[in-house]
Design a binder for this molecule. Sequence first.
Ligand SMILES: [Zn+2]
Length: 511
Amino acid sequence: MKRQITESEKQELIRNCRREDGKIYCFIDNEPIDDEKNIHFDHIDPFVKTEDTSLDNIAPVCKNHNLAKKDMSLTEYRDKLSIEKLFKSKEEIGKQLKLNDVLDAKYNLDYGFLVKYQFDEMSEEITVKYFSDSKQTNLPKIIKYPVFTCPITKMKFFYAQVPVANIINDGKEESDIELQPRPLIIDHFWNLYRHLRVNTQLQPSICRVDGDNPIFVFDGQHKAAAKIWAGTNFLDAKVFIEPDVIKLMKTNLVAHDKLKQLRFYSSILADKLAQIYGVNWQKYIETADKKSEKGFCNFVKYSETSTDENPTKQIEAFIVESILKHDENKIHPFIAPENKTGKQYAISRDSLKKYYFRYFVTSPPLDVEIDSKDDFRNQEIENNVKLLNILAEKTLIDKWNPDSNSDDHKKADRIYRAGSIMAWFPMLRNVIFNKLDLINPNESSRILFRNIPAEKWDLIEKFVEKLFSHKIWIDRDPNIDIVIGNKKAELTKKLFDEKGLTDKWILGLIE
Ligand SMILES: [Zn+2]
């Protein structure tokens, strides 16, 4: 929700913001806004965070930046532009961003100051001296913490709010052993940044102290980086005291491997996942015991932060993305991106969603435990890629060519007109249902949610060929295009019936 600004407040803002040269400057890039008609105003910090209704939280922004930033606050948008720039600068030199790069950008080498500590085993207390400069000329800040012992491993640790100037990434550049080899992922970073601007950090970052060094951060680096980018000076941390690093490294690997076993976290998909579920899924897999799509939906529904989200849609989007962006997907070049139509594409994403996925992807959320023997979501994704590839090979590849007016192209064009697909996709579903020897009608709603042996795929391919060998696709009768152009499933269905294109014909049950 945004605060509305009255006309008189607007005048007041303009008066206050006008600089000595008489100009108003854009908050985002600090460039003058020459045409005063283009001055917009918006919140500097997220409104929900500050609930700040005073004019202090409002600043001028040029019209273009105001449109581009969408629902972000001004600081969020400014930080987004700069984080993207940072990621890009690393990418250009073939590197990936790590926590230290974020510290570098924010503190300009003024960080990574060491700490000295004294651990008193008797009183189970640790005294930590935080230095605030590299030469240790300033007096350090001294804080005492209670020390806890892990009942299982006997490792010692304490909880602290550590000054950001005293932390450093636990990578191989900084210490002999690399406990944190992973780079930052921009979407995950950004989601956490936005989340932590208005919410408290639930889990601390995990660190260690060892000798006269800064404090090494080896887990929770996304949280740490996000908070640092948002301007925090302290990091909530659980700090191990001179731990057995080899042991910790194994613990860390096991923890991440275990998460990776989960389908949604498999390596290739991690980035995509981050885009779609990001923080939600991450939190869910850390908390839940047995995981299922339904469990995820409940988790999102009852979590305090995200009541306005639609988890089912997130899962759906994830499945669709996984299919369409699959490395082996061959139909992808023929699909128009969302909101775009145009002669160069055979089908739009929206049409696929509306007329294809409803028949070939089981609607989430599923109740089955993820990665259990009853979970065929992965297979379903693979099967869809396979089926779409068969369609692409039989109807589009080397055929679709909008620049020519070849017969092959005309045929492909007729096949993929919206009026057509709404009739033949369900037909294809029925044929596959039949060829997989399924009997229970309930199975038709999860037709590809299973292992399909190679010989069955050969059959499916054969019947796809049959479907597109029908003369209706090349028939010169102009009425065909007129009917298909109506985009009414019943009308196309009737036409198909009249022309003899039916389930039974494809299956060879009638001539
Ligand atoms: Zn601007």
